[in-house]
Design a protein around this ligand. Sequence first.
Ligand code: KMH
Ligand code: ZN
Length: 300
Amino acid sequence: MAGDPSGPRTVNSRRIDWHDVGMTATLITVAPTGAEHDKADLPQLPTTLEELVETARRCEAAGAAMIHLHIRDAEHRPTLDTGRLSAAVEAIRSETDLIVQLSTGGSVHDPLETRLTVLDAEPDSCSLTCGTTNFGDDVFLNPMGFMSDLYVQAQEREVVPEFELFELGHVAALARLIERHGLPFGGKVHVDFVTGVPGAMPGTTAALLAGVAMLPPEVTSWSATGIGRTHLPIMAAALSAGGHLRVGMEDNIMYARGQQVQHNDELVARAAEFAALMQRPAMSTSEARELLGIKDRRAR
Ligand code: KMH
Ligand code: ZN
């Protein structure tokens, strides 16, 4: 894990104190699997419990502080089975110090009612997408009533939502949710811009900065990810604009032109190096827990 970024460091013979230069450390979230890629086409995609735990360990060592999880069934198909979700949450929680965030987005085929049951697995955090969006040739459905139910249930269960913004209109929907229901559990508001999904907000600096400019004042931190080839420009834009990072095979399976990602830790390590170069080193898990207002569910 990256060391404590709050203390002074020596970079190229210069002593740098991060607080003095007004820089903040970078939260790196890894999204290792997703619901879209096929294990048969991509055998290195982590889909079994063992593969997910191994991935979590290696990504934590490379600089991740949070994991965004989708799980698969015995045939490697996406599932929202509560038993499997609980087993994954427990295993990753006992083997790492990562914040465990479960996807409530699932796959585009999952019914809304089933997506609400994800909270039964008692994650630290859950994704909450702030509106319906084009998703390639499909539609990712998130009506206001569903978002409200998920928002309130997450408050009641003391789970910290991460608001996923695929469109500029989703920023306005987030403001409506906060106005209706008050602050989420933990009192912080963290959002993640998911850019570059075909048919949704493009993975460009201009689109990202338009979204950042619209954020309601309650937002305390934001991160960004770019799908496919937009992942690097969005990473650069987010780091330069004070945002945090999400990387992983859910979003991008190519490390470089002609070079497929072999393990999620490659993407995390590159993000951590880039962040360190920008003098915004990877945040520790304890700093991330504080940033997001996470309830401590770890066994003592
Ligand atoms: N798989 C997408 C349809 C989320 O995790 O909350 C939805 C998604 C967002 O990945
Ligand atoms: Zn997801």
